[in-house]
Design a protein around this ligand. Structure first.
Ligand SMILES: [Zn+2]
Ligand SMILES: [Zn+2]
Length: 163
């Protein structure tokens, strides 16, 4: 969504609400695949000349568990908070989003925040048992019968106890 912020920048006290959804035209990440549009709810406010964007994006995506490699659906909530400026006085400043021509590409900004907020790993559940390192069975589906390799330090201790 292209948002003209001309009025917001010009009039302290003005604001605009957003409540819409969109589907990005490109894949956001190799690690996950959107299974819903991204819906965004938020607002832009000019408070005494400072323009801020504040909202939350929500979507679901298919991701792969980094422990058992099963694909599963996960719901995401991403907070989108920025101070918007239409010109920069200092050199580069990461704290501000420069809105050129007072036209904000809101979709692009939300996508950027989404990608930056993604964790490096996903778990299908907190206590995912993962895959047996010996036979490759998904241990969430039941035990596999392989003997657990004994920790060498533990083996030394057991030896001591035997004496
Ligand atoms: Zn898992
Ligand atoms: Zn096994």
């Amino acid at each position: 969504m292209q948002v003209s912020l001309e009025q917001i920048f010009n009039i302290p006290g003005s604001s605009r609400e957003f409540n819409y959804s969109f589907t990005p035209e490109y894949s956001l990440s190799d690690d996950f695949c959107l299974t819903s549009p991204i819906s965004f709810k938020g607002r832009v406010v000019n408070t005494a000349g400072i323009v801020t964007l504040d909202g939350q994006a929500e979507f679901t995506a298919a991701v792969m568990c980094s422990r058992c490699a099963e694909e599963f659906q996960k719901a995401f909530k991403v907070s989108v908070q920025h101070t918007l400026v239409f010109e920069l006085n200092d050199e580069d400043n990461d704290e501000f989003i420069l809105v050129e021509n007072k036209e904000l590409d809101l979709d692009a900004l939300i996508c950027e925040d989404t990608v930056l907020s993604l964790p490096f790993t996903f778990l299908c559940k907190e206590d995912c048992k993962g895959i047996c390192s010996q036979c490759g069975k998904n241990l969430n589906e039941g035990a596999c019968g392989c003997k657990k390799p004994i920790d060498p330090r533990m083996a030394a201790l057991l030896d001591l106890l035997d004496d």
